[in-house]
Design a protein around this ligand. Structure first.
Ligand code: PLP
Length: 410
């Protein structure tokens, strides 16, 4: 099976990501840390550069030309995020610094005023800390309980196990669309059918989904969807919270300051309508201009071809890894993205990562901000190779050869 469809010119595509041409320790860079943060196309880098060279001003504050241009660009970014994820309106999109802030906004703005002692929040065992700790903070403050939906050994969600946790005290379910460690794709639409029937809001952490496949929040049927721009080929410090408008409208402001108000007096302040209610202060305007450019770039690609190429690479990687004696994969769900977390018997993941770096290969080792998940598997660290569509079969083969070499050094 050919790795790339004939109409996908991988060489030309890679040339649009300038960093991929660099060397590390005298070797051509092999960047397999895409789940951590992804590389940026020249179009996104140029958009940030152009913003600072020609349009830089603050948004929504002044009537001068530059400020109007900056505001237009910022609002265009919101509209592009809305179109990307199938939101009913751009007003349902709160621009945030990333997933972490998005989830904390829901925790503090939606749930905090509604949470009573004895109430319950349900998350899965495969969540990133960003979808655990905000709920723990609330539970500690309110005397509520965090319930953990189980997963199977192969890294799939135990759906009946999750559904069994839903009850009259459940106030919210938080679930990753895709696990950053296991790569498993969770059955979000199915979970949403149940949570909607029970009247429980469902927040989906889409950080690891959008970089791999298109998402339509309305088709999914969830209530909140959070994602981060820097994993989506856009600048750091960008991301979004999507929420059904009636939910956003019922949310309390979390961070107070300029831009999130209609009027302020010492007698009382009137807050702005969503999404501005949740965007206090000067945002990362240039970053969102870069996000808009990254979204434009992505949507102009043949996305099914990118996905097919990436999936084939992921399978090539796993097939090669299976040949290593003493390999243990953490996460082998059938429905998954091109992320492989594993351990090699007798070799510490971080030692391997350090030696691989000397070969020019970037991978992540450690607990991947998912301590409870690694505890679930009884391991202290894994090595994670996470691919993107700009990776090549040759890189996979060179990674496998380098892994064999460095393992022999330990
Ligand atoms: N959720 C998942 C599944 C992630 O992989 C990450 C980042 O690693 C996050 C949340 C946090 O994203 P950010 O640090 O951009 O807010």
């Amino acid at each position: 099976m050919p790795l790339a469809k004939p109409h996908m010119d991988l060489h030309a595509l890679r040339q649009q990501f300038p960093i991929l041409a660099r060397e590390v320790h005298g070797n051509p860079l092999i960047y397999f840390d895409n789940a951590n943060t992804a590389q940026k196309p020249a179009a996104a880098i140029a958009a940030v550069d152009d913003f600072y060279r020609r349009h830089n001003a603050n948004v929504a504050r002044a009537v001068h030309t530059l400020s109007e241009e900056a505001t237009t660009l910022y609002e265009e970014a919101r509209a592009k995020v809305a179109a990307l994820i199938g939101a009913a309106s751009a007003n349902e999109v709160v621009l945030t610094t990333g997933t972490t802030l998005a989830i904390n906004l829901v925790a503090q703005g939606w749930l905090r005023p509604r949470l009573q002692p004895g109430d319950e929040i349900v998350v899965s065992h495969m969540e990133h800390h960003a979808n655990i700790v905000p709920w723990q903070l609330l539970c500690a403050e309110r005397g509520a309980h965090l319930k953990v939906a189980p997963i199977h050994d192969d890294g799939t969600l135990d759906l009946p196990g999750l559904l069994a946790l839903l009850g009259p005290r459940t106030r919210l379910v938080g679930l990753a669309h895709v696990s950053n460690v296991l790569g498993s794709i969770n059955p979000v639409a199915e979970v949403a059918r149940h949570t909607r029937a029970a009247g429980i809001p469902l927040l989906v952490d889409g950080s690891q989904a959008l970089p791999h496949f298109p998402v339509d929040v309305q088709a999914l049927g969830c209530d909140f969807y959070a994602f981060t721009g820097h994993k989506l080929f856009a600048p750091t410090g960008t991301g979004a919270l999507w929420g059904r408008y009636e939910l956003l409208d019922a949310m309390s402001p979390v961070i107070g300051g300029g831009e999130m108000i209609e009027s302020v007096s010492f007698e009382g302040t009137i807050y702005a309508a969503p999404p501005r209610r949740f965007e206090a202060g000067t945002p990362n305007i240039a970053g969102f201009v870069g996000l808009a450019a990254a979204i434009d770039w992505l949507r102009a690609q043949d996305q099914p071809a990118l996905r097919a190429h990436e999936d084939a690479l992921g399978e090539r990687l796993r097939a090669g890894l299976r040949g290593f004696p003493g390999i243990r994969f953490i996460g082998e769900a059938a429905q998954r993205v091109s992320v492989a977390s594993f351990l090699l018997e007798g070799a510490h993941a971080t030692d391997l990562a350090v030696l691989l770096d000397l070969e020019g290969i970037a991978v992540r080792s450690g607990q991947h901000c998912a301590h409870p998940l690694l505890q679930r598997y009884g391991v202290g660290a894994t090595l994670r190779a996470s691919l993107a569509f700009y990776n090549t079969a040759d890189e996979v083969d060179r990674f496998l050869a380098a892994l064999e070499k460095v393992r022999g050094m330990l």
